[in-house]
Ligand binder design. Sequence first.
Ligand SMILES: Nc1nc2c(c(=O)[nH]1)N[C@H]1C(S)=C(S)[C@@H](COP(=O)(O)O)O[C@H]1N2
Ligand SMILES: [Mo]
Length: 388
Amino acid sequence: MEPHFSRRDLFKLGAAVGAFGGIATIPGMASAAGPIVKPLPPELFTVFGTNAEMRWPAMRDQGHLVPIDRFFVRNHTSTPIIDAQTWTLEVTGAGLRGGPVTFTYDQLRALPAHTVVEKVECAGNGRSYFTSQQGQPVSGTAWHLGAVGVARWRGVRLSAVLRRAGISPDAVDVMPVGLDPDYVTGGVNLGPVRRPIPVRKALDDVLLAYEMNGEPLPPDHGHPVRVIVPGWIGIASIKWVGRIEVSDQPLTSPWNTQFYRLFGESYPAEGLPFDEQVVKSAFELDENAALPVGRRTSLTGRSWSAHGPIRKVEVSTDAGASWHRARPLGGDRAWQRWQYDWRPAATGPAELRARATDVHGNTQPETTVHNTLGYLFDAVVRHPVQVT
Ligand SMILES: Nc1nc2c(c(=O)[nH]1)N[C@H]1C(S)=C(S)[C@@H](COP(=O)(O)O)O[C@H]1N2
Ligand SMILES: [Mo]
């Protein structure tokens, strides 16, 4: 389902044909140099085709936010380079009282600004553990736990834009549409990346962001403007938004009919749709990291839930036999940082686990019910280390 070539192969391909997979020719847009524009040094990222996962050890000395230089990138095709000054946002559809309304970048920036600290997390984050921990086949990018990031986003509320565009009381769904190249898979052109949001959510806490961590939104994260949908799977947060369809009928796209549904033996044949993320935890440590025997090691990590702040984090250093409370290091509803000091007594392989519970009692199970596309892996992850 996703391309299985390396970034190097893509560069070769780019050099050979001079452009990447049908970059759209819209005004003010030039070809990107590769599927991802920013540098992807191996100490910060693991690259999977057009996607790059953050390596968790890269967060060990960082504060609450993930810096842009290590924030994961999930591209269905490639990062377009869009000029903010010629870019426009068109709001259109039968869910408006009048005709289409167009906003320029400067008009958006003149509206009241709103800032939030929110995470973006791919629905498939942790997918590889379905196979490595549960022995189950899944398709899609084999993410570990690094397809998540927290940033400070500044922009305008989608509700303010929709009201200015004259949203009608009959509006049902709102669908942001990306300006990146059409997504072609299995020989079928599925069109631009897009996914509907019900009006109730769209008018609640959705943001049209033009800044990330105090900087203009970088190309890979949606320059000049992206959607941020708090608590929802990453695909809802459409990057490089150029059009928003407001409909008086329910809308669908391949991203809520074909993908981002739970399929498999435990689910209905038509698949179970879902929008929200789950609870997860990660150590800020390499898998198979070497830890010194008899010396105190400070194990650090982060836990997060789509539904609210984390209430407690427990750590096991003996493969789940005993659990100990981790010390909270601060956090908010985006995620919680924590620490646990461990003095390994014996050399050899050991297995760390972390398990979080949010304020509503949502916690991480031993196993996640299998779904064929490998979404929403929330089980406790087994983190191997070597005590030397
Ligand atoms: N236009 C567009 N928006 C998109 C995507 C995309 O490929 N094209 N990928 C989505 C997915 S699947 C995720 S997980 C997030 C990733 O956001 P990031 O690359 O800024 O981390 O963007 C979403 N928005
Ligand atoms: Mo995603």
